[in-house]
Design a protein around this ligand. Structure first.
Ligand code: NAD
Ligand code: WQD
Length: 337
């Protein structure tokens, strides 16, 4: 299939493009490069042997979308493009609603005009309400706690409404848990700007000496070792989840929602110890107060994706750390090096 991949120069999108190419599809990337570097395109080519077509542009540009959908005879769209920093979304909510919600509206409008009716959307576990009732399954109570999370939930509801109004659409929302890891080649991975907010990129920068100490946010949670527990998913498994979703969605109209997670929780200290083993260094940490807005623990019930898509994670926490270490140690400055 010819697949339009919005946000395909980003962390998850670029690695998904490699997996799409390896499965015989033709990805076409549209990305504004607001949070990505053009150098990733050469890496996709280096890893997969094929450099996908790339358009630098914004998903809110309808004319450009119509042209790309038409000219490349697009069969389906995977929509990664969006802003994803939770804290920034609190400070700049309109920027998030405009980019994430309005961007999706324009995309759907353009797809409708050209007659492309299959969309796979990057949603997030942040759409769920805080709960002690684990694991989270697709029907668990919703209640995002940031403008970012609400933008994802709004889009999910819009997708459902569009399908209800026109059953020829196939709309799939994939709720990612905590994506980490890198391509096993060490050539592609996460390249955050500034000080990373997320645990894994912070630990990776600590391991190459760019950070001095990991601040562990809270050691008094009701978890086995007192630190926060999350469902980390290897980005390669996540990319494979998109292929499974695409295969399921194409030619099958309706509204579909799947959790993509491992179904298992790991603590901050467990992650740190596994990374230390992977890089062969001891990594300094100190305990700090809880981070505002953090939950003690959450993980996915990923059984629906296994049942319906035939997909489940195959890569361990050890593989997540080893692959991240390979990427970070070979590219300490990310795609600029
Ligand atoms: P990323 O920032 O690396 O990738 C997003 C890409 O979209 C970037 O390349 C950026 O330049 C591009 N982009 C942003 N706004 C755009 C616009 N208006 N037009 C065109 N391109 C635009 O992020 P990622 O981690 O690869 O995440 C991909 C998607 O998955 C996002 O929608 C994100 O919200 C979602 N998601 C990510 C996580 C995570 O922890 N990484 C978890 C759940 C959901
Ligand atoms: C994981 C654990 C922290 C950094 C966020 C977004 C969410 C989703 C994924 C997009 C927690 C602890 C972290 C540090 C620490 N993205 N930690 N020291 O918060 O589960 O989710 O990313 O949809 O929307 O909110 O992930 O990696 O930030 O934190 O102790 O320096 O690591 O407290 O327990 P989180 P995270």
């Amino acid at each position: 299939m010819n697949i339009l991949v919005t946000g395909g120069a980003g962390y998850i999108g670029s690695i998904t493009c490699v997996q799409l190419i390896e499965a015989g599809h033709r990805p076409v990337i549209l990305d504004s490069l607001v949070n990505a570097k053009a150098a990733v395109l050469g890496r996709i080519a280096q890893v997969s042997g094929i450099q996908p077509s790339f358009m630098e542009g914004d998903v809110r540009n309808k004319a450009l979308l119509v042209q790309v959908l038409h000219d490349h005879k697009i069969d389906a769209v995977i929509h990664f493009a969006g802003l994803k920093a939770v804290g920034e979304s609190v400070d700049h909510p309109l920027r998030y609603y405009d980019n994430n919600v309005q961007g999706t509206l324009v995309l759907i409008d353009a797809m409708n005009q050209v007659g492309v009716k299959t969309l796979v959307f990057s949603s997030s576990a942040t759409v769920y309400a805080p709960s002690h009732d684990m694991p989270l399954h697709e029907a668990s109570v919703k209640g995002a706690s940031s403008p970012y999370g609400r933008s994802k939930w709004m889009v999910e509801e819009i997708l459902a409404d569009v399908v209800a109004s026109d059953p020829s659409w196939s709309m799939t929302a994939l709720r990612y848990f905590n994506p980490v890891g890198a391509h096993p080649s060490g050539l592609m991975g996460e390249d955050p700007q500034g000080v990373p907010n997320n645990l894994m990129p912070f630990i990776a920068q600590l391991a190459v000496g760019q950070r001095s100490v990991l601040r562990v946010f809270g050691n008094d949670y009701e978890t086995p070792d007192g630190t926060g527990v999350r469902d980390y998913i290897h980005v390669m498994d996540l990319a494979d989840g998109h292929l499974a979703a695409l295969q399921h969605a194409h030619g099958r109209a309706g509204h579909h929602v799947f959790n993509l997670g491992s179904g298992q929780g790991h603590s901050v200290l467990e992650m740190l110890a596994t990374f230390a083993q992977a890089c062969g260094k001891s990594l300094l940490h100190e305990f700090a107060p809880r981070r505002s807005g953090d939950l003690a623990a959450f993980w996915a019930d990923a059984s629906l994706a296994e049942k319906v898509l035939g997909w489940r994670v195959r890569r361990s926490l050890q593989a997540m750390c080893e692959d991240t270490w390979r990427w970070q140690s070979q590219n300490p400055k990310g795609y600029t090096s």
